[in-house]
Design a protein around this ligand. Structure first.
Ligand code: ATP
Ligand code: MG
Length: 137
């Protein structure tokens, strides 16, 4: 089994989609082993997306991520990182496959409803960014 860090982004919490997205996660065979609804500070959002700080969209991305509550989650399952990215769908919902979270719920390439870790190393860093061991069960 493998863990991955998920964020249900502000465009999705705004539209009250947390439960619907969680049902896609669970239908994909992933277990939600930690979860909390929080509001990111600007410092947290900038640090979390630090790898993108040279990208043209970084400022808008940070503004978006602090614009409303997010639900941060730790997911666990067989090949959890790839399994979650598969059910998330492509970054741009216009390119996402049918039946994925982004195809069904995302608005555009920025307001794309969910984040998922992209590799084991980033998954571990992102998990410890939000959760301590006693919050994971
Ligand atoms: P995430 O890291 O959120 O799981 P991802 O790995 O599919 O998504 P990245 O390339 O890591 O996509 O980009 C991180 C986030 O930055 C995207 O999910 C999206 O919200 C935003 N983003 C990416 N590309 C663009 C773009 N061209 N314009 C605006 N925002 C973008
Ligand atoms: Mg990414």
């Amino acid at each position: 089994v493998e863990r991955t860090l998920s964020i249900i982004k502000p465009d999705a919490t705004e539209r009250n989609l947390t439960g619907k997205i969680n049902s896609y996660i669970e239908a994909a065979g992933l277990r939600i082993i930690a979860q909390k609804r929080i509001r990111l500070t600007r410092d947290q959002a900038e640090a979390f997306y630090g790898v993108h700080k040279e990208r043209s969209f970084f400022g808008e991305l940070v503004d978006f991520m602090v614009s409303g509550p997010v639900v941060v989650q730790l997911l666990e399952g067989e090949n959890g990182i790839a399994a979650y990215r598969e059910v998330m769908g492509a970054t741009n919902p216009a390119n996402a496959d049918a039946g994925t979270i982004r195809k069904d719920f995302a608005i555009d390439v920025q307001n794309n409803s969910v984040h998922g870790s992209d590799a084991p190393e980033t998954a571990a860093v992102e998990a410890s960014f939000f959760f301590s061991e006693i919050e994971i069960v």
